[in-house]
Design a protein around this ligand. Structure first.
Ligand code: ACO
Length: 318
């Protein structure tokens, strides 16, 4: 696999910490010192489909491909208001391609899951070009009367086009079963046969400290395992493009790896946590800003509900 195109789209509305403090018992100092987030983008006038389609079109344009040249469309999404059809089907209808489509839910590590599947499809000659689009609106499953989670999450979409190549040096997915660390259950219709009390739906619950601990532990463990496997040392990595969950998680992983700050680009200060979309959005921003050059070695790492972790080492070839 190699990445041949990138794209991203953020909602137009910027919501600062001070704006949250108008209706939540919180303040800019608490949020920015605990998470690094100063503002985030939240959907107001646009839909998640609008953002996903815009990111996908940009990635196709950046790859120099027309929609009919895409052989698979994979969408990473945790939740949106379509239970069916899949987001990927809706996206493909808008962009005008006719390939097989499917969604996957890998929580915040969904981009790495999609890369793993895409690599297998490319390696087995099932595809030449694959569109991966991560479209997320975790802000829509927070309780906005509670300050614990609503300060963290935001909306957006990031996309890449991948095609055959040998840029991917290693990829690693792991899961430690732990339902309770982050859980959210959506309410569905009831039937006349349902027995009350059997299905209890839970609003979003997150054990923030446990997420923090597991994220740092799994991320650095997986990065070390890939470095051992490939012989690519921490010093040889040019950029660590990590899930933008929380600035303190990123700093803690950086300290464990003993690497300088400039190798850990971030955008969480102005985007918040956009679940699986955060890595492809950051990749697109870095590439558009001219910060990635051919031959750079990137380490990607994401983690989230499950508890899942996904990481990869990939050479930038564009
Ligand atoms: N504003 C002000 N005070 C707050 C807020 C807030 N928004 N939220 C909580 N507090 C209070 C608490 O009530 C508590 O008060 P108390 O001491 O009087 O009880 C105090 O601040 C400390 O609360 P903690 O929850 O212990 O705060 P902590 O230092 O652990 O920070 C945080 C919380 C930021 C959530 C941290 O645990 C964290 O970053 N965890 C990782 C979360 C994360 O990245 N999640 C993404 C998961 S991605 C996915 O898979 C969807």
């Amino acid at each position: 696999m190699k990445i041949i195109g990138t794209g991203s789209a953020l909602p137009s509305l910027e919501v600062t910490n001070d704006m949250l403090a108008e209706f939540l018992d919180t303040n800019d100092e608490w949020i920015s010192s605990r998470t690094g987030i100063r503002s985030r983008r939240l959907r107001s006038t646009e839909t998640l489909v609008d953002l996903a389609v815009s990111a996908s079109r940009s990635a196709l344009e950046s790859a120099g491909l027309n929609p009919e040249e895409i052989d698979f469309c994979i969408c990473s999404n945790v939740a949106n208001n379509y239970v069916t059809p899949a987001m990927s089907c809706i996206i493909q209808q808008h962009i005008g391609s006719h390939c097989p489509c499917f969604d996957l839910n890998g929580a915040c590590a969904g981009f790495l899951d999609a890369m793993e599947v895409a690599e297998a499809l490319l390696k087995t000659d099932r595809a030449e070009n694959i569109l991966i689009v991560c479209a997320e609106e975790p802000s829509r499953f927070c309780n906005w009367e509670r300050r614990e989670t609503s300060i963290l999450f935001a909306d957006g979409a990031g996309a890449v086009v991948v095609s055959k190549g040998d840029a991917l040096k290693a990829i690693r997915l792991t899961t430690v079963p732990n339902r309770d660390v982050i859980v959210y259950q959506r309410r569905l219709e009831t039937t006349p046969f349902e027995v009350p009390g059997v299905d209890v739906t839970e609003p979003l619950k997150m054990n923030g400290r446990e997420v923090f601990r597991m994220a740092v532990e799994t991320s650095q463990r997986d990065l070390h395992a890939m470095m051992e496997e490939t012989g690519i040392s921490a010093d040889m990595i040019d950029y660590y493009v990590l899930h933008q969950a929380n600035l303190r998680i990123i700093s803690s992983i950086r300290e464990h790896l003993g690497q300088p700050e400039y190798k850990f680009p971030t955008n969480i200060e102005r985007t918040g946590n956009i679940s699986s979309a955060s890595i492809p959005i950051l990749l697109d921003e870095l590439y558009s800003a001219g910060r990635l050059k051919k031959g750079d070695m990137l380490a990607l790492s994401a983690f989230g509900a499950g508890f899942v972790s996904g990481s990869a080492i990939i050479e930038w070839t564009k």
